[in-house]
Ligand binder design. Structure first.
Ligand SMILES: [Zn+2]
Length: 307
């Protein structure tokens, strides 16, 4: 029997997740290894390949049955050439990572950025199953976005589609990493929520205040936290409504650690979105929390192989 198996590779700043996934979405084996991008992309590729081959062997996966590999990483890239143009996280610039990994693995390699593969993963096996047009927004250090239409990532002409985090929603707002002011990312990322809450005088129980903790404190009646959360949701809804008016999606998936706040995030966000987006857009669109967590990237990366 020749069942197709894909190798998914999700490259993070501190570790690389690897999974062998069947075409029906079943994960046969998975694991992770630490990333040390400072050692360079050649060494990195060899180490990932060595790890993947060992993982396959340990789980009785015949290497010849692996159809190919899909890779997700935080980078600006040319997906057709398999070229990372710039990855600030990994300190890689103009790296032919597709060829390096392909040579090391002896397999064809497809790649895309981390937000896009996470969106693809959620639509394939998570919160966006059966969605025709899905917008997936990840609230983390920044605000990442991915668009999946009819089961495929919509990349635009230079893989920049879905960069919802850099929609400028606030006039004269804070300076963003991208060089513009008032981007959604400066207002609604998990990092921004924490920063704004701290600036307003919120003190957490531990040294490191997390976005989830800000939500918990808001639920406990802390007024500073409540204002910070309401503000974050206000701007997020504006950004989503701009994206949704453009895409008319049937689902918007919210991902990232903040999703742990559950209804405290989703319910007020739905209410604000119903006010901000066009009525015909908001009523045919559901906002849902992501369900795959940190697995979305590696599953979406594997999915690239079957397309
Ligand atoms: Zn920006």
């Amino acid at each position: 029997m020749t069942e197709r198996v894909a190798l998914g590779i999700d490259v993070g700043g501190t570790n690389v997740k690897v999974a062998f996934v069947k075409e029906d979405g079943t994960v046969i084996a998975q694991g992770s290894i630490p990333t040390d991008p400072a050692r360079g992309p050649e060494r990195f590729s060899l180490e990932v390949a060595e790890y993947a081959k060992a993982l396959a062997q340990k789980n009785d996966i015949v290497w010849d049955s692996v159809t190919g590999a899909g890779v997700g990483l935080a980078a600006f890239m040319d997906v057709d050439k398999g070229w990372v143009e710039e990855s600030v996280n990994l300190h890689w610039y103009n790296v032919p990572i597709g060829d390096l990994l392909s040579n090391a693995l002896g397999k064809s390699v497809r790649m895309d950025n981390d937000a896009n593969v996470a969106a693809l993963g959620e639509v394939w096996l998570g919160a966006g199953r059966d969605a025709r047009t899905a917008l997936c927004v990840t609230l983390g250090t920044g605000v990442g976005g991915g668009i999946v239409i009819d089961g495929r990532i919509h990349r635009g002409v230079s893989t920049m589609a879905g960069e919802i985090g850099h929609i400028q929603v606030k006039n004269d707002g804070e300076l963003c990493n991208c060089g513009h002011h008032g981007c959604l990312e400066t207002l609604s990322s998990a990092t921004a929520l924490v920063r704004h809450a701290k600036e307003a005088g919120l003190v957490g129980q531990s040294e490191e205040l997390t976005a989830k903790e800000v939500f918990d404190l808001a639920a406990d009646g802390n007024e500073i936290a409540q204002v910070a959360v309401a503000d974050m949701i206000h701007w997020l809804s504006l950004g989503l409504s701009i994206g949704a008016n453009l895409l008319n999606p049937d689902v918007i998936i919210i991902a990232g650690g903040v999703v742990g706040a559950g209804d405290a995030l989703i319910e007020p966000l739905r209410a604000a979105f119903a006010r901000d987006a066009l009525v015909r857009v908001s009523r045919s669109c559901t906002i849902v929390p992501a369900t795959l967590g940190s697995q979305a990237g590696v599953l979406g990366a594997a999915r690239l192989v079957f397309q």
